[in-house]
Design a protein around this ligand. Structure first.
Ligand SMILES: [Zn+2]
Length: 213
C-alpha cells in the first residue's frame, strides 16, 4: 500500500479539478492506499496575490510574492509521498482537447516524472468548460493589474463552470474512475524495490549516440 499525495488549488480558477480530485481520492483510498489531501492556500497563488494586493502590482511583483512552489515543496517534506498527483484543468490546455488537434484523443492527460528525491510527481490535466469571473472579482483583478500587457492571461480571465462542464457529460465521477484506474496501475512496491536495488535509475544515452545506432 502506498502513500499518495494529492495537491489541489495551485490555480484557484480551476475548481472543477478539485471536484475530480475529491472523487479520485475516494477510489484510490477504497483500493487501500493512503491519500494525503493538500490544498494550496489561495493567498499563496498567482491569483490570490493579485486579489490580496493593496495596490496595483507589476507582473514581477506577483511572481516574487507568489509562494505556490514553496508550499508544494513543503507538502512533499511533510507527507513524504511515494507518488504525487496535482490536479488541474488549465485554460491554456483547451487547445489540446479540440477535435481539430491531432493529439486530442482523450479529455484528460497525466504527465510528469521523477523528482530529485526519486519519487514520482504527475500533473493531471482535464477538459473543462469556463466562464468569465464575476464582475466584482474581474474589477478587482483589473484594478490590481493596472497596465499589464498580459492582463488577459487565462488565469486572470476565466474560471471553471462546474455546471456547464457537467452539461457536456464531463462528470467528476466519470473522470475519477478513469484517472484512478491509471493511478492504481502504478506498481509502487515494485518501483520502490527497483529504486532501492539500483540506487538510481540509469542515465539515458546522449541523444546523438542513440541517433547513430
Ligand atoms: Zn492549472
Amino acid at each position: 500500500m502506498a502513500r499518495v499525495l494529492f495537491i489541489v488549488n495551485e490555480h484557484p480558477n480551476e475548481a472543477f479539478a478539485i471536484s475530480v480530485a475529491r472523487e479520485t481520492a475516494k477510489l484510490v483510498r477504497a483500493a487501500g492506499h493512503t491519500v494525503a489531501w493538500r490544498k494550496v492556500p489561495r493567498e499563496a497563488t498567482y491569483l490570490g496575490v493579485i486579489l490580496d494586493a493593496d495596490r496595483a502590482l507589476s507582473h514581477e511583483d506577483v511572481v516574487r510574492r507568489k509562494k505556490t512552489a514553496e508550499v508544494v515543496e513543503g507538502f512533499h517534506k511533510e507527507v513524504k509521498p511515494e507518488l504525487t498527483y496535482k490536479f488541474h484543468c488549465t485554460p491554456h490546455d483547451e487547445l489540446l482537447w479540440r477535435k481539430s488537434y491531432k493529439r486530442a484523443k482523450a479529455d484528460f492527460s497525466i504527465r510528469g516524472g521523477r523528482r530529485k528525491d526519486g519519487t514520482h510527481s504527475y500533473t493531471v490535466e482535464m477538459k473543462a468548460v469556463y466562464k468569465p469571473f464575476p464582475k466584482r472579482l474581474d474589477d478587482r483583478i483589473t484594478s490590481k493589474t493596472d497596465g499589464w500587457a498580459i492582463r488577459r492571461a487565462s488565469y486572470l480571465e476565466k474560471t471553471t463552470s462546474q455546471s456547464k462542464t457537467r452539461e457536456l457529460g464531463l462528470d467528476p465521477e466519470k473522470f475519477a474512475e478513469r484517472i484512478a484506474k491509471v493511478i492504481l496501475k502504478e506498481n509502487i512496491p515494485k518501483r520502490r524495490e527497483i529504486f532501492r536495488r539500483r540506487g538510481r535509475i540509469k542515465k539515458k544515452k546522449p541523444l546523438l549516440k542513440r541517433w547513430r545506432k
